[in-house]
Write a protein that binds this ligand. Structure first.
Ligand code: HEC
Length: 126
């Protein structure tokens, strides 16, 4: 009897923990970036060459999920969207570095900073 109660208690606890974890991660990835990260300036802001490099990287790394035109595909959110337009370059840079494991956005921390800023420059031009 105590054993059954113990197992049931454990199951309830596990469910509570899972719920807590998910409610914390329910926000869109751009809402996860800490304030300090979001204030980081883009060293290539508005630069045409960086935008072009970023567009190429986007097609290689992102288009499979977010669509060639950045309007989204399947589960991946559109990037030509008000949320992305309003997000600061530092926020987007943070999302690219950290991804969002709960929502299926991979981390691009393997790319050099320079390439991630180029992608941000491209996203900001959409
Ligand atoms: C394996 C598929 C996949 C790839 C590849 C991918 N993403 Fe994502 N991305 C996602 C998913 C899934 C989400 C989250 C959707 C959600 O939160 O509902 C996401 C979310 C985002 C967000 C947050 C949007 C928001 O409104 O919060 C940004 C920005 C983003 N991706 C940019 C990129 C960029 C730039 C690349 C290429 C470097 C990329 N992603 C590659 C699947 C992908």
């Amino acid at each position: 009897m105590t054993r059954i109660a113990g197992t049931a208690g454990l199951a309830v606890l596990t469910m509570l923990i899972i719920q807590l974890a998910f409610s914390r991660t329910n926000a869109r990835p751009v809402q996860h970036a800490p304030a300090a990260a979001s204030q980081k300036p883009n060293p290539y802001e508005g630069q045409q060459q960086a935008r072009q490099a970023g567009a190429k990287l986007y097609q290689r790394e992102c288009a499979a999920c977010h669509g060639a035109d950045a309007h989204g595909l399947g589960k991946a959110l559109p990037l030509a969207s008000p949320e992305v337009r309003q997000a600061s370059p530092g926020t987007l840079f943070w999302v690219l570095r950290n991804g969002s494991i709960y929502r299926g956005m991979p981390s691009f921390s393997h790319l050099p900073d320079e390439q991630r800023w180029q992608i941000v420059t491209y996203l900001k031009s959409l």
